[in-house]
Design a protein around this ligand. Structure first.
Ligand SMILES: Nc1ncnc2c1ncn2[C@@H]1O[C@H](COP(=O)(O)OP(=O)(O)OP(=O)(O)O)[C@@H](O)[C@H]1O
Length: 598
């Protein structure tokens, strides 16, 4: 009871607050945000303006046909009740004809709107996909995979549905509204005002709906992003969860998410039921008033049976038109929330591209020097990871980055790849003619990279290899597998390079998956090879053999490895220790001592 009172009070509070919220939003710029969101949606809808205009015209035509049908049925009733059978067939033809047209046009409209929403969905997804792929690494890594997936799928589909329909819906509903009003007005002015009586109430309700809908929409979207993150992470880490025996814990977590979803959905459903009851009650009062008025007019013989049917039919149609207009508001807001979430991704800073990087392509055969000078870098302000550091790796060299875990080896690889950029100093490539280009997205095609962890995708071994060289022949792939010491086990498989691999290398040992990942990098045949703990699961002999093969394959290759293993160090021309934010080149004695200390 107390809860109900509290609920009522809070509902009332929300309803009174809604005006303040709207004014507040106007002042704090939320409205201009909504407008900006819709301008963005418009940039997509306007590509199909011709089709949208055609859709609107069809809608208006269909509405007109509906009206013609109603007026025709009025005359039909009058003809029947007046026993004027000779005119009956004309009326039947008009009524059936208009019904047939409405049906056909309704379906054509459905087809056009489905087509357009698929086109817009694809346009937005294609654009956003390119933006995400080309986004600055630091910026996009702020978003979890689940969140990005959710925005990419659910939010885009919310927009694509509304992007084409909202303007035609407004135009058609306004037209329907005015036309119906005029028709009723033509026959009886009081009746038209009576039919319109619920409008002010509906307007007040829509104001209430705006704030509630926006609040609900935001909550649901945030929650579904969090839930998607949870699901992606759970399925991705299936083995870990199973092996720790915490499946039931995850089952519980899943149920907690469902519970939260259930609560918010049911809360919103209750809110909808309450508003619907209220609206229906008002509708019923107006309906009965109109019905009573019609009966009175019929009794006083001011109107015919046909006119009464027309009134009642059109009154409910007027109500429907008004409801359509009102329902546009929540859809409009919903789309703006989704558009806002997608624009956040679309507006992420782009990666730096330096077009003159392509000039380096002429010097691929000679190999490249990878250099850093006075580099400072922090992921988070005030938390330095690399300080005043220098680094060099020359063609034909294997250079190692060693050091305790979490000190910055992978960060160095990211700087070399140009995924992240120094706050101070320079990370650059130097060609044999002395030309230098700062590391950026366009130098990356000169690199082959084997990251930490399992990077094998589901598909065949050949599909995994062809990811980096689509036209690679079987011979080229086998050669790459030989270099990475993977051919020994691949050749034993029934379908050799066409053997299927499960997601993340399922069906293969970690060492086998690593060798396939190295073969992929070898097939790419780039002048600089980066191996980030890429040989960690190999035995010492294979590890050394792989590195030797790589250098022999292309003597000018620059090979940079991060490792925790001593076995590689004595194959390296240079060893850098990454520790306490400093990258220090070790002397021969220091590196052999380090190899001993491992
Ligand atoms: N995306 C990120 N945002 C914030 N901090 C990060 C990010 N990535 C790494 N760091 C921090 O930077 C530091 C260096 O990390 P890095 O991955 O480069 O270490 P590492 O030497 O490669 O470690 P390991 O040997 O364990 O692979 C760590 O303290 C880590 O917490």
């Amino acid at each position: 009871m107390l809860d109900d009172e509290n609920q009522d009070q809070s509902n009332q509070k929300i309803s009174f607050e809604s005006l303040d919220i709207l004014i507040g939003k106007w002042k704090d710029g939320t409205f201009s945000e909504i407008i900006d969101d819709w301008k963005w949606i418009f940039s997509y809808s306007k590509r199909y303006k011709g089709a949208i205009a055609f859709y609107t015209i069809l809608g208006i035509f269909s509405t007109s046909m509906g009206l013609v049908g109603s007026v025709a049925s009025k005359y039909m009733i009058d003809i029947i009740t007046g026993y004027q059978m000779s005119k009956l067939w004309i009326m039947i033809v008009i009524t059936l004809g208009s019904a047939f047209f409405s049906l056909t046009i309704g379906n054509v409209i459905g087809r056009i709107s489905t087509k357009l929403s698929i086109y817009i969905n694809n346009d937005i997804q294609a654009d956003i996909f390119d933006k995400i792929i080309d986004a600055d690494w630091m910026e996009i890594s702020q978003y979890s995979n689940g969140d990005v997936l959710n925005r990419f799928n659910s939010d885009v589909s919310t927009i694509s549905g509304n992007a084409i329909s909202w303007l035609p819906t407004i135009i058609i509903a306004v037209y329907d509204f005015i036309a119906t009003f005029v028709v009723i007005w033509h026959y009886d002015k009081i009746m038209s005002l009576l039919a319109f009586a619920s409008a002010p109430f509906m307007l007040v309700m829509s104001k209430f709906l705006i704030s509630k809908q926006r609040e609900y929409g935001k909550k649901v979207r945030e929650m579904s992003s969090d839930m998607m993150t949870f699901e992606v992470e759970t399925f991705y880490n299936f083995d870990t969860i199973k092996s720790f025996g915490i499946s039931s814990l995850y089952g519980k977590k899943m149920r907690q998410w469902q519970e939260k979803f259930k609560d918010i959905s049911l809360k919103y459903n209750m809110f909808t039921i309450k508003t619907n009851i209220l609206m229906s009650l008002v509708g019923m009062v107006v309906q009965y008033a109109a019905f009573g008025y019609c009966l009175f007019r019929l009794w006083t013989r001011d109107i015919t049976y046909g006119t009464m049917t027309l009134f009642l039919q059109q009154r409910s149609s007027l109500n429907g038109a008004f409801n359509n207009l009102v329902s546009i508001i929540p859809n409009f807001l919903n789309s703006s929330i989704s558009a806002h979430r997608i624009r956040e991704l679309a507006q992420l800073k782009k990666e730096v591209h330096i077009p003159e990087s392509s000039e380096m392509d002429d010097y691929v055969e000679d190999g490249f020097e990878v250099k850093m000078r006075d580099v400072n870098f922090s992921y988070i302000e005030g938390n330095r990871v690399i300080t005043d550091s220098a680094f060099v790796a020359k063609p034909g060299e294997i250079v190692a980055l060693v050091g305790p875990s979490g000190e910055g080896k992978t960060t160095m690889i990211r700087l070399i790849l140009g995924l992240i950029r120094p706050e101070k100093g320079e990370a650059y490539l130097k060609a044999s003619n002395g030309k230098q280009v700062e590391m950026n997205a366009d130098t990356r095609h000169l690199f082959a990279y084997v990251p930490q962890g399992n990077t094998i995708l589901s598909g065949t071994i050949a599909e995994n290899l062809r990811m980096v060289k689509q036209d690679a022949t079987d011979e080229e792939m086998i050669e790459a597998l030989k270099i990475s010491c993977a051919w020994d086990f691949v050749k034993e498989m029934d379908e050799t390079i066409y053997t299927k691999i499960g997601e993340r290398g399922r069906g293969f040992s970690e060492g086998q998956a690593q060798r396939i990942a190295i073969a992929r990098a070898v097939l790419r045949d780039a002048p600089v090879l980066l191996l980030d703990e890429a040989t960690s699961a190999l035995d010492v002999t294979t590890e050394r053999k792989v590195l030797r093969n790589i250098i022999q394959q292309r003597p000018n290759k620059t090979c940079i490895v991060t490792t925790h293993r001593p076995s590689v160090l004595n194959m390296c021309q240079r060893v850098y220790r990454v520790m306490e934010t400093q990258v220090t080149e070790l002397s021969e004695e220091e590196s052999s001592k380090m190899a001993m200390d491992f």
